[in-house]
Design a protein. Structure first.
Length: 145
């Protein structure tokens, strides 16, 4: 677990800026979560992605979040909301991924421990700022400023 925490800490430094690596990481994350039918859409900045997310409406937003985050977010305190500060998205994703990893290690869940780590951590390391559902089967994202 310490190694996982350190890997997330390094990723959230966002030391690299490579859109191709972010795109590939997000595609891997979608595949790992069983969302191969989803599309990716890049936004110029995090606020634009959050605005597109907010325009979905409450019901669609809730469904999209539950689908993107899978059942794994039930181990957290309600999940992230679209009103969350854009700078905290990475920290939330790391927290949830680490909780799922620990629950898997302890045998408390039946799904893969790295379910919420695959691809997304690499995307953050490459400069991902935010990844958020911006359509019923669309993941919007932006690079770190």
């Amino acid at each position: 677990m310490v190694g996982e925490q350190l890997a997330w800490h390094a990723a959230l430094r966002r030391a690299k800026h490579n859109a191709a690596v972010v795109d590939a990481g997000l595609k891997s994350a979608l595949m790992a979560r069983g969302l191969s039918g989803w599309t990716l859409r890049r936004y110029d900045n995090a606020n634009a992605a959050v605005e597109a997310h907010d325009a979905l409406g409450v019901h669609t937003t809730d469904i999209a979040f539950r689908t993107w985050n899978t059942e794994a977010v039930s181990f957290c305190d309600g999940g992230r909301s679209s009103t969350q500060d854009c700078d905290t998205f990475g920290a939330y994703d790391a927290d949830v991924a680490l909780i799922v990893m620990r629950k898997s290690f302890m045998g408390d869940v039946s799904f893969r421990g790295d379910l919420l780590t695959v691809g997304i951590r690499d995307a953050y390391a490459a400069g991902l700022h935010v990844a958020i559902p911006t359509g019923p089967a669309e993941l919007g994202w932006s690079m770190d400023d």
